[in-house]
Ligand binder design. Structure first.
Ligand SMILES: Nc1ncnc2c1ncn2[C@@H]1O[C@H](COP(=O)(O)O)[C@@H](O)[C@H]1OP(=O)(O)O
Ligand SMILES: [Mg+2]
Ligand SMILES: [Mg+2]
Ligand SMILES: [Mg+2]
Length: 359
């Protein structure tokens, strides 16, 4: 029977696109980073991975949804100039290989995949540039971070391929591929590779990365926490979030467990399946504006897992302002019972900070 659930087609295509991009990024890591085959003149392997993953995802999206604009992190301007020739060739080869690889169960040739669906260089560069959309309040749009957590990717730790569908400023679908995330946090050395999927109103699920289209996956939900079991999920990178502020918020809440630090939207995935009680990301004060592709997929995942996501003042994140979240003040995501307590603790820590600065 054909599924009539809302966004069923979008979900299938998004999962296929993220899975293919994850195959690509994992191979970039194994071939280029682990074996250190890059010479000094090569551009960063991250750049190779970012561009080619965006080419793959945008190509797949465009085949089925040609009228949908995409807010993607990268653009192909650097690849169209003479100095970008070597990088361009490498990216085109990787993207082509990924798109033309044999179909896996659940994939369809009409999605533009498989050996018969080769693309030209120009088509792939155009696909990358389809991510140039500036976003906005109304209409349908996708948002893509082809590699989120670049620092984690380079360290061989956590990173994620992140895709979301936004309709009239509301995130309706989120798909996050985490090639390095253990399938079960209780088995950190066990099998790795998960895809997290949420459609608004349909719950949050974890699927195996190597077989996501032929599996319905495991439904995930945020459990309840006590101050003894609560822990924070936070960035590894000190430049991305104010970790000292998190410490103070944790003290106010009576948290005793050490924070779990990991890169990328894998933090949202971990929160959604109960491997941490709070994702707290407070600004470091550099004026950096958070990008919609860094939070849209994770936000719907957390909400569908029964959680709440707002900024540090308790205001909803606004995905209708363009490519950024505008003047939002950090991000707080947690279960329904914990979230209001975190917001109160954030306000207290902020007031203390302000009092301190006036001394
Ligand atoms: N100053 C900053 N504050 C917050 N986030 C940042 C900052 N600089 C970069 N980022 C973004 O943080 C995200 C990853 O954060 P984390 O892994 O620590 O959660 C990346 O998308 C990264 O962007 P970029 O992809 O351009 O490097
Ligand atoms: Mg990112
Ligand atoms: Mg990125
Ligand atoms: Mg980047």
């Amino acid at each position: 029977m054909v599924s009539t659930l809302p966004y069923a087609a979008e979900k299938q295509i998004a999962i296929a696109a993220v899975r293919r991009a994850c195959v690509l990024t994992a191979s970039v890591f194994n071939k280029l980073i682990k074996q250190e085959t890059l010479t000094k003149d090569d551009k960063s392997p991250v750049t190779v991975g970012d561009f080619s993953a965006q080419a793959v995802v945008n190509t797949i999206l465009n085949r089925t949804f040609p009228d949908d604009p995409i807010v993607g992190e990268e653009d192909a301007a650097d690849l169209r100039v003479e100095s970008g020739t070597a990088l361009r060739e490498r990216i085109i080869q990787l993207a082509s290989e990924t798109l033309t690889a044999e179909l896996v169960p659940g994939e369809k040739e009409e999605w533009g995949l498989g050996p018969k669906n080769g693309r030209t260089t120009e088509q792939l560069l155009d696909a990358i540039d389809r991510g140039n959309y500036q976003g906005g309040k109304t209409g349908r749009m996708w948002t893509l971070d082809p590699i989120d957590g670049t620092k984690g990717f380079l360290r061989g730790e956590q990173y994620a391929v992140c895709l979301a569908l936004i309709v009239d400023s509301r995130v309706e679908l989120g798909v996050i591929g985490c090639p390095n995330l253990p399938v079960s946090a209780s088995e950190p050395s066990g099998p790795r590779g998960c895809i997290f999927v949420a459609v608004r109103g349909q719950g949050a699920y974890q699927l195996p990365l190597d077989d996501p289209l032929s599996s319905t996956g495991t439904k995930i939900a945020i459990p309840t926490f006590t101050p003894e079991t609560l822990n924070f999920l936070e960035s590894v990178e000190k430049a991305h979030a104010k970790l000292s502020f998190n410490d103070r918020v944790g003290q106010i809440l009576g948290v005793t467990r050490a924070p779990t630090r990991m890169d990328s939207q894998a933090k949202y995935c971990s929160l959604a399946r109960g491997d941490g009680g709070v994702y707290l990301r407070m600004p470091v004060g550099s004026g950096y504006k958070e990008k919609i592709w860094d939070h849209a997929p994770g936000s719907v995942l957390v909400e569908e897992a029964g959680g709440i996501i707002t900024d540090g003042r308790g205001q909803p994140l606004d995905f209708g302002l363009g490519r950024t979240l505008g003047e939002n003040y950090g991000v707080v995501a947690a279960g329904k019972d914990v979230h209001p307590k975190v917001i109160a603790a954030v306000q207290q820590a902020k007031a203390e900070e302000e009092a301190q600065s006036q001394l």
